[in-house]
Design a binder for this molecule. Sequence first.
Ligand code: G6P
Length: 611
Amino acid sequence: MCGIVGYIGSQDAYPILIKGLKRLEYRGYDSAGVALLNGDISVYKKKGKVSELEDYVRGKDTSCTIGIGHTRWATHGEPSDLNAHPHQSEKGLFTIIHNGIIENYAVLKQGLIEHGMSFKSETDTEVLANLIEYIYTTQQVSVENAVGLALKKVIGAYGLVVLSREDPNLMIAARRSSPLVIGLGSNEYFIASDATPIVEYTDRVIYLNNDDMALIRRNELVLKNLTSDGTSVNIQTLDLGISEIEKQGYDHFMLKEIFEQPRSIKDTFRGRIQPETNEIRLGGLHEVKDKLVGARRIVIIACGTSWHAGLVGEYLLEDMARIPVEVEYASEFRYRNPMIGPDDVVLAISQSGETADTLAAIQLAKESGALVLGICNVAGSSISRETHAGVYTHAGAEIGVASTKAFTAQVTVLTMMAMMIGKEKGLLDEERFAHLIRELNEIPGKIEKILEQNEEFVRIAKIYKDATNALYLGRGVSFPVALEGALKLKEISYIHAEGYPAAEMKHGPIALIDQNMPVVFIATRDSSYEKIVSNIQEVKARNGVVIAIVTEGDETIRGMADHVIEIPETDDSLIALPTVIPLQLIAYHIAVMRGCNVDQPRNLAKSVTVE
Ligand code: G6P
């Protein structure tokens, strides 16, 4: 979604802002802009990419040591130069960049119009700029108080930064629901919506709490809270390396992240699985382990790819831990008056830790007395702070909008959780447990072997790049993998794709089968193998085209399918981890061949911070 960057110090601000905006490009956006404070405030903004903004600004005077920059993902008003941020108040006293939605903007706007104010854009952000200016001019308060009083009138979510001509050495940042992080330099501060624009300058950061307001001058940072007397200030050290946010020779972040999976899975289980003592230790769950093991029910809440990981988790937890699991879209859960009580454990899964619907669902679950746990990739994110306890995936920064390594890391954590509970409840005996630990330990090596087949995936992609539809089928734990494969293809290549449980094919999708629609089967050797072989035959009998992911050495399916992708033999419970890899790569290559912007697919955002 929108990206925010700001700088105040003694360095040239403009290059820091532009570089920061480029670092934020992965979040998805449609326009970009900067405001540069040098005596007066100059605002430059453009529809399109940051490079278009750069072209537009080239040749203009950009000298300044205080500035703010923004990438916008349209919510109120179409993408245009006018609607791009920063926005200025009517008299130009205040300049603001904003992430989030001001829900009562129409009422506020009407009130300001009645007081004679006029508006240039259709955005909710300009309403806020004018509201601050109105309060400042009519109530004769300080810049800080004008911002604080305006924010008290706002209903909705915001992460924002304000500059004012009236106090040109001050930068004000505030957040409610939309993340902001401040980087601490020496006599300089950086501000951003996530740590990626900051990491190359400092690793000391403060994540703002909800309703925090930061008053930032070159040599002073004051933190206040708009709803309580004080706020907790926690200076953290960033666990993010610059190499993680660069492509390192890969054509795209998505490709880099797909190839990182042997490492990211290993990082996620390292130190947590203990083959020597036949144990799993998830430190973040230590305090709540008894409650988790005794849970009456686990309700998983998530969105997008994280929801697919949750579906894999449902199979694993029910199978190994024998706890009933429900997997809910956070956006549905939060508005459904869900039946949750103190005996339930609610498990939120999120790569970014900032998804607005998941955050709201967590709040609701907490209010109903449930133990709320998180599986998050971003340390310090809102979800990691709002949950009672949790487990981090150690996938490293994921920049490609289409989630890949976060998914396999989430599945790895869910596998460890299910194993831990299963063992604790005496449902997995020592031998089975030790076998699973060994198998999990071998997954990274098996994924390496699959990645070595990349050229074969390129070959398959070439054949099907012009398809208009695709169907992905799997049974059991491979059904969510089918959903994930279909999502990968549609989100980055814009080919319509659907995932289905293989047996459901006969209840609808079978009508679509023809020679032009590839049908991708996840058909590894497991308990439903014979059934899925029958499903493949049903597709072939109707002249369908089959791409099958099979267990190494499977000659039966090789004799039927048009293409066969072999996966090293793996325990049934862990099969989601290797089988998703070819699906990610085929989607990637098809998207590249179709000329699509793989890392920033149209209309999508990496982290959906508005509902
Ligand atoms: C967006 C992203 C997806 C992601 C989903 C949930 O749609 O494009 O890749 O799966 O949000 O995000 P989260 O950060 O909560 O996992």
